[in-house]
Design a protein around this ligand. Sequence first.
Ligand SMILES: [Zn+2]
Length: 235
Amino acid sequence: MVLFGFGLLVCTSGKMVPVYTTDDLTGRFAPETNADFVPVASAYTVNATHMRKEAYEALVKMFKSAQRDGINLIIVSGTRNHARQTEIWSEKWNNLTHDPAERARTILEYSSMPGTSRHHWGTDVDLNSVEPEYFETSQGQKVYAWLVKNAASYGFFQPYIVHGDARETGYKEEKWHWSYYPIADQLLRAYKRMVGYELINGFPGSEYAPQLNVIEHFVQGIPDGPAVYNTRETR
Ligand SMILES: [Zn+2]
């Protein structure tokens, strides 16, 4: 095992693989002071945010390529840590009044329970708008068509595709949410090994996480990534 200044790497069969902590996986850290994260330039985001360096470099290449094709991409939400996700969750929770398990189910249509969001990982971004209606406009349709055609070339994929054979559970379709697969896949594998319901806490309604199967249905219930990256044997 080798320690680097920017994080922990472990050597498995000659290949260096990063080691993630449960704090990394559940968003319990500050992206601004984490050495694996870099700030996103203001030209690429509506609000100040950070991303993992490799994911950000790929994103910039994708944004520049889109620009050349006349498509403007911008981040409307990037990395959010556990504390930020707790603010979002709690505000929605407090604005609803029905039965608590149903409240959680309603919020989960589009928003994650803290500790289960891919936005904790520094690999995932919401682009242009988080309103489904935007993607029905001609502009939104053009943006989405460009992403569907080109994002995989830069390592990005849409984890929350429409429900169907490739994704049966979890959030409603999110045409705005794109994920940098090469790193996010490593994080997801680590999450499967390391995170259980005992780590899903610290917000109202967290006790409903197991009965709503948030780990199985909302974290793990995503389609395969871009085919070009899916040559590895383990999953
Ligand atoms: Zn998102």
